[in-house]
Design a protein around this ligand. Structure first.
Ligand code: NAP
Length: 299
């Protein structure tokens, strides 16, 4: 099966592919049957270029950049990589939580700049307690649940919001508005869909307590980014952000703010997890080649 990949994926699993070409999407290709194009928007315009396409193998669990309905209408299947990246992404979300609450980046800057002095005990450099505080999880799926497990290790009270209620000790359901106002930290883990776009709206951001923290490792567009910038500029809240609306562009106003920690969409970015994601992509491609059921089809 002829595979076009816009880049080589990391890890040894990639070598199992026999007929793969590394090239950008830049014109009509009648021979290509499977596409691996991390970060690229796959819509009708792209699908028109590949009349023989059978499979879009998405490198990641979130597939909001793939027009699944357009693929389905042409008989093109779509796969993703759920499960193998839960721990790495929850680790990064928790790292952002800790870094923001304990002002890690500001502290690092202070030490490097030679301005440490005697300021260590003074109020401007005090962070917020993590142990025993309240975490609100929006989207208690695979990654959200992994986040909840980490929070328990820090003796946090864990609130959650999603459409489905779960009956698990130690997890308290809240309507979204209540979760926003009851939590010290809100961490977003829902997929980006037409329903969740702008879910964390200006009105909901205003419900956050003074000194609260928003962590977003899901997708930028789940949050009203302009409203978030306004709240951060006011200094009322803090944020740890791995995702943005127009990646790799980041709102310029954030660069000068000490109350936000920024990372470049590296939730799944460990050697081990990226290798495991490659394995899932390759297993799906090989299954499609053999005419076997796909491992992780997007429904
Ligand atoms: P998942 O297992 O499908 O969990 C998503 C959860 O969101 C579900 O439990 C779902 O529950 C909830 N949800 C869906 N629609 C909702 C709505 N309208 N309101 C509230 N909750 C809603 O997905 P996952 O594997 O944990 O991944 C979550 C997302 O993380 C991905 O879609 C991806 O965008 C992002 N991600 C980012 C990175 C990164 O590098 N930063 C890495 C991996 C994943 P209900 O259906 O019951 O509402």
């Amino acid at each position: 099966m002829r595979v076009l990949a816009t880049q080589r994926l990391p890890g040894p699993a990639w070598d199992a592919l026999r007929d793969v070409e590394i090239a950008p999407i830049d014109g009509r290709r009648d021979d290509v049957e499977a596409l691996v194009a991390p970060g690229e928007r796959i819509d009708d315009a792209v699908l028109d270029l590949f009349p023989s396409l059978r499979l879009v193998a998405n490198y990641g669990v979130g597939y909001d950049q793939v027009d699944v309905a357009a693929c389905r209408a042409r008989g093109v299947e779509v796969t993703n990589t759920p499960g193998v990246l839960d721990a790495a992404t929850a680790d990064l979300a928790f790292a952002l939580l800790l870094a923001t609450r304990r002002r890690l980046v500001e502290g690092d800057d202070l030490v490097r700049s030679g301005n440490w002095g005697t300021s260590w005990a003074q109020a401007p450099f005090l962070g917020r307690e993590v142990t025993g505080s309240t975490l609100g999880i929006v989207g208690l799926g695979r990654i959200g649940s992994a986040m909840a497990r980490r929070a328990r290790g820090f003796e946090m009270r864990v609130l959650y919001h999603q459409r489905t209620r779960v009956d698990e000790p130690g997890l308290e359901y809240r309507a979204l508005d209540e979760l926003m106002s009851d939590a010290d930290v809100v961490s977003v883990h829902a997929p980006l869909t037409p329903e969740t776009k702008g879910l964390i709206s200006r009105e909901r951001l205003a419900l956050l307590r003074d000194g609260a923290t928003l962590v977003n490792t899901a997708r930028g567009a789940l949050v009203d980014e302009d409203a978030l910038v306004d709240e951060l500029m006011s200094g009322r809240i803090s944020a740890g952000l791995d995702v943005f609306v127009h990646e790799p562009a980041v709102p310029h106003a954030l660069f000068g703010l000490a109350n936000v920690v920024l990372t470049p969409h590296i939730g799944s970015g460990t050697v081990e997890t990226r290798s495991a994601m490659t394995q899932v992509v390759v297993d799906n491609l090989l299954a499609a080649e053999r005419g076997e059921p796909l491992l992780t089809p997007v429904n």
